[in-house]
Design a protein around this ligand. Structure first.
Ligand code: NZQ
Ligand code: ZN
Length: 383
């Protein structure tokens, strides 16, 4: 295990009725901008709970953050923050709203020429407005991490900073009951793949991280299909919500190699073809497992045994079985597992490869050795 420093500054309030805690976690003298998406919070009672908790506070709102938050929209919010002097941002929604709020928090304080540099050039951030969040879609882990993904045209770019980690996160599984089956599936699959990105690399004798990751994978495999079959089961929702947070709050990733090739290739699928984030991952991950089976051999065998109980057969047979079981899980979650499933073919691979090249995604994976040719092979395997 490598050395590491870990700090998670986010206070978590988990469970029913916890939205009321907002009132205790935002200083009374703050001018708050509540930021949300296309309106789901207006129809599931979350907006009313937030408004009730903010009684007596000085607050206003900005709505219309899109799924895969758009730079132009976020910059409108930045203009509002600057013009009206907000000094606390409250994100209420899914990962897109939380990510968008992180960018607004950083861009509002950015002293360089153009905030686009935060994403395009990874310009360092030296200040950001404080953020709190009420999460309504368990998936990204954005509620307790310092990462955010923002889109502009076909460019879907990432930035990260400890300064944009939320100060608190409200996780009330009740808020997730209004999710469509598609968003439930997306969330479970995104959390699953986050775990895999930090687990399925090569062994470094990090037993806690490995077994924690395996616990998350097993929980998601067990609870994901239940959330589709019995959507009103709040206990299932609670386990999924906590798994998704834990999958990407940094803990399982400390001191271990990380991959993220699936995400990098997936971002090109979203940027160019508007495919939901999680549904790009379910297409790409099985192909990454296949193409990188030599480099990932030891962990693939461990995954096969500890997650699926596969203990017989040659190494190759076990790996084949583990990949097949992963695909079967994705199919059970009703997400695509090939490019053909989303009506993409060979011609589209050229577009995706050019896009990877444009974005400098040319040395991917835990070894930084996956070239453009390797990514092409992964996409061809995903056909
Ligand atoms: O906009 P509203 O009306 O709120 O509707 C949203 C949206 O249409 C809806 N929704 C959210 N909560 C709901 C609900 N509908 C009914 N009931 C609820 N309780 O769901 C739709 C999708 O929301 P979105 O926020 O886009 O989904 P998700 O949470 O999956 O976020 C995806 C974004 O996060 C990024 C992705 O790339 C993508 O842009 N990611 C962020 C990461 C991070 N910050 O660490 C890591 C991830 O790998 C990922 O890249
Ligand atoms: Zn993801």
């Amino acid at each position: 295990m490598d050395k590491f420093t870990y700090q998670s500054p986010t206070k978590i309030h988990f469970g029913e009725g916890q939205i009321a805690e907002i009132a205790n976690d935002i200083p009374k003298d703050k001018k708050i901008l509540v930021i949300y998406g296309g309106g789901s919070i207006k129809s599931n009672g979350v907006y009313e709970q937030v408004a009730a908790a903010l009684t007596g506070f000085n607050w206003s709102e900005f709505s219309g953050i899109e799924p895969n938050p758009q730079y132009g929209t976020l910059m409108q919010a930045v203009a509002k923050v600057k013009a009206e002097g907000y000094d606390f941002l409250l994100a209420v929604g899914g990962g897109s709203v939380v990510d968008g709020t992180k960018f607004i928090a950083a861009a509002a304080c950015y002293e360089g020429a153009d905030p686009w540099e935060i994403l395009h050039d990874q310009a360092p951030i030296t200040a950001a407005l404080p953020i709190g969040c009420v999460l309504t879609l368990p998936a990204t882990g954005s509620e307790t991490n310092g990462g955010a993904v923002v889109s502009r045209g076909h460019d879907k770019l990432f930035f990260g900073s400890a300064l944009v980690k939320p100060t608190f996160a409200i996780l009330d599984p009740q808020t997730t009951l209004s999710l469509s089956p598609r968003q439930v599936s997306n969330g479970v699959v995104d959390a699953f793949v986050h775990t895999m990105e930090q687990y399925l690399t090569f062994p470094v004798n990090a037993k806690v991280q490995d077994r924690f990751a395996e616990g998350l994978l097993l929980t998601l495999i067990e609870e994901g299909p239940k959330a589709l079959a019995t959507p009103d089961d709040i206990a299932v929702r609670a386990n999924i919500m906590w798994s998704a947070t834990q999958a990407l709050n940094g803990l399982i990733g400390v001191g271990v190699p990380q991959d993220w090739a699936t995400h990098m290739i997936g971002h090109e699928l979203t940027g160019n073809y508007s495919i939901d984030h999680a549904r790009t991952l379910s297409i790409v991950l099985p192909a990454v497992m296949q193409v990188c089976r030599k480099e990932k051999q030891a962990k693939l065998v461990q995954y096969a045994e500890r997650v699926f109980g596969i203990t017989t057969g040659t190494t190759d047979e076990r790996i084949d079985a583990a990949i097949a079981r992963t695909i079967a899980f994705f199919k059970e979650m009703d997400v695509p597992t090939s490019l053909a499933d989303v009506e993409l073919g060979t011609a589209d691979i050229d577009v995706l490869v050019a896009s990877l090249e444009k974005h400098g995604r040319t040395a991917l994976g835990e070894h930084g050795k996956l070239t453009i040719a390797d990514s092409r092979k992964i996409l061809e395997t995903a056909l």
